[in-house]
Ligand binder design. Structure first.
Ligand code: UDP
Length: 235
């Protein structure tokens, strides 16, 4: 089957139902807008398992997501969404681009979480957008943005304590939202160590894609450790 969409780390495949697609997790990893690339055998199934676990926890807590079923090792059955081209980042701790932008030391806990929107445009380097830009570009209206912020914060409220129980600090993470055929705003994409910053609660050891970005440790061993701590079974 030829994918209808091919991303850096995932593919979208058509099914016989026009409202359902298969989200396939690949073994490839990219960083710095595709400049750094590598293959890690087993990464796809780890991210599929961890993402399926996260979406199930969110569903149980009343967050609407596109997740329908963990189909097999690398595939997840999901609702088809029309994705809003925004990367919605939630931050609990200063790290990454926020550290560079505002100069506060990495690791500083934020009193209240910050929600940011970045424009999904590789050709522009995914720039940070103010709400006025999002509205001017017609990416989302004010009401949709209010709904999106509140869902993003709810995701944070649900996931933060479960990660904490596993000895993991949920530093920041990226979400993507879309609309289903009825125009309802729904959480899509994935939630995995590729899209979250996860630090060991005690030591601060990095347990996410930063190990690849900065060549810090073995990516597969790191993601396996995350799955194990969360009690996620990997096929
Ligand atoms: N992130 C992502 N995809 C992107 C950009 C960021 O999943 O294209 C995640 C990243 O892993 C981190 C959070 O969003 O958990 C915030 O990333 P940041 O803006 O600090 O950028 P980075 O320093 O990762 O380039």
């Amino acid at each position: 089957m030829k994918p209808e969409y091919e991303g850096k780390a995932k593919q979208i495949l058509t099914t016989s139902d026009p409202h359902i697609v298969i989200q396939r997790f690949k073994d490839s990893a990219t960083a710095f807008n595709g400049e750094k690339y590598a293959e890690f055998l087993g990464k796809g199934k780890l991210n599929n398992a961890i993402s399926s676990w996260a979406f199930t926890a969110l569903h149980d807590a009343g967050v609407t997501t596109h997740f329908l079923e963990h189909e097999n090792a690398n595939d997840m059955r999901v609702k088809r969404l029309k994705i809003i081209p925004l990367e919605v980042v939630v931050r609990n701790v200063v790290a990454g681009s926020l550290h560079k932008r505002i100069g506060m030391p990495e690791g500083t806990a934020l009193e209240n979480p910050i929600v940011e929107t970045y424009y999904k445009r590789d050709d522009l380097g995914d720039p940070l957008l103010a709400e006025t830009h999002v509205i001017a570009l017609g990416l989302a209206d004010k009401e949709t943005l209010t709904n999106l912020y509140s869902q993003a914060l709810k995701v944070n409220n649900v996931l933060q304590p479960v990660f904490k129980k596993a000895g993991i600090r949920l530093v920041d993470f990226k979400l993507e939202f879309g609309c289903d055929e009825n125009g309802t705003l729904i959480l899509g994409d994935e939630i995995s160590p590729d899209t979250c910053r996860l630090w060991d609660w005690e030591t601060g050891q990095k347990l996410d894609k930063d190990v690849f970005r900065r060549d810090l440790a073995d990516l597969i061993e790191t993601y396996e450790d995350v799955a194990k701590r969360l009690g996620v079974k990997v096929q």
